[in-house]
Design a protein around this ligand. Structure first.
Ligand SMILES: [Zn+2]
Length: 148
């Protein structure tokens, strides 16, 4: 498929953001690629239970990396964050929840997605050992970006 430049008539790829000949913008918006995949929260929870928590690790890593794709604030990537959590006997995950809450809130403000600042809530839930509730809430916010 191809289309023609409205300005100079040059034939170009229909996904082109700008005319390769005269540089006129085509109105195709490639600036916001879908970088976040929508995940079904119930499926993630069930998989985590069925795999005795192993899927929870995968989920933790993907939550971290997806949120960093929205806004990279130079904190640890998913794999490293998981390692830190192991080495600190879980203490790092409290900081992790706080950080991811702030990150999603900031990304929401930047991209016009309605996300509340849950950073303090995530700390509290982590302290009560309810990390999986954090995962659900974080995934719920990430899905808002995926569906945008
Ligand atoms: Zn043109």
């Amino acid at each position: 498929m191809s289309r023609f430049c409205a300005k100079c008539g040059y034939e170009m790829d229909e996904m082109a953001v700008a005319c390769p000949k005269c540089g006129a913008p085509t109105g195709v918006n490639n600036n916001r690629p879908k970088i976040i995949q929508n995940k079904n929260i119930a499926t993630c929870v069930i998989l985590s239970i069925l795999t005795c928590g192993i899927y929870g690790i995968i989920w933790f890593v993907s939550l971290t990396d997806d949120s960093k794709r929205l806004k990279d604030d130079n904190t640890a990537s998913g794999g490293v964050a998981f390692l830190f959590t192991l080495l600190s006997c879980g203490i790092y995950s409290i900081y992790w929840g706080y950080k991811i809450g702030k990150r999603l809130y900031e990304a929401g403000k930047e991209q016009g997605v309605d996300v509340s600042d849950n950073s303090i809530l995530y700390i509290v839930l982590s302290l009560f050992g309810l990390g999986i509730v954090n995962y659900c809430l974080i995934q719920n916010d990430l899905n808002k970006f995926a569906d945008k």
